[in-house]
Design a protein around this ligand. Structure first.
Ligand code: GDP
Ligand code: MG
Length: 163
């Protein structure tokens, strides 16, 4: 059985783009509109010879902030508890938002190893967000660009010991 990796993060940070990058096919819908990925999507990923199953989630994609606690987490939680590693993606250009912090807080209590992915970090655009992300207490973020395919070696090096 392949190791299981789950992608988690607030809407629009690039989860589906990362999924597509690792799976190498356009299996997940990517759009400027948050909420395009309505369901979990499953794929088989390859990263520099590392093979694993990967899940793209949409557990926090809901326009109504009042509904955040609880409801949208259910299906993400189901996937998370079967996972060996969670890739927690944030937008390093936008910096941390309260929702990122809420998700981080939730993730820390789940007992699954987390790799923090500083997405949209092509060029130097992510530097401030990357520094900010140390406040999450989740270790060194992996500077990444799902769109441009940057950071794959760093991701490999973080992932490989965990799966
Ligand atoms: P999701 O809602 O987290 O699944 O995010 P998507 O993968 O749908 O991406 C949201 C938007 O961010 C899209 O317009 C993507 O093209 C864009 N995006 C994703 N990855 C990157 C990246 O590495 N750099 C930049 N600049 N944009 C990105
Ligand atoms: Mg998506």
């Amino acid at each position: 059985k392949l190791p299981q990796v789950i992608i988690i993060g607030r809407p629009n940070v690039g989860k589906s783009t990362l999924f597509n990058r690792l799976v190498g096919k356009k299996l997940a819908l990517v759009d400027d509109q948050p909420g395009v990925t309505r369901d979990r999507r499953f794929g088989e990923a390859y990263l520099l010879g590392l093979e694993f199953s990967i899940v793209d989630t949409a557990g926090w994609e809901d326009d109504d902030p009042d509904s955040l606690p609880g409801r949208m987490r259910a299906q993400t939680e189901v996937s998370l508890h079967g996972a060996d590693v969670a890739l927690f993606v944030f937008d390093s250009r936008a910096g941390l938002t309260p929702l990122d912090e809420e998700i981080a807080h939730w993730l820390r209590g789940q007992g699954v190893p987390v790799i923090l992915i500083a997405n949209k970090a092509e060029g130097k655009s992510g530097e401030t967000g990357i520094l900010e992300s140390y406040s999450l207490g989740m270790g060194d973020p992996v500077p990444f660009s799902a769109e441009h395919g940057e950071g794959l070696v760093d991701l490999f090096e973080s992932l490989q010991p965990l799966i």
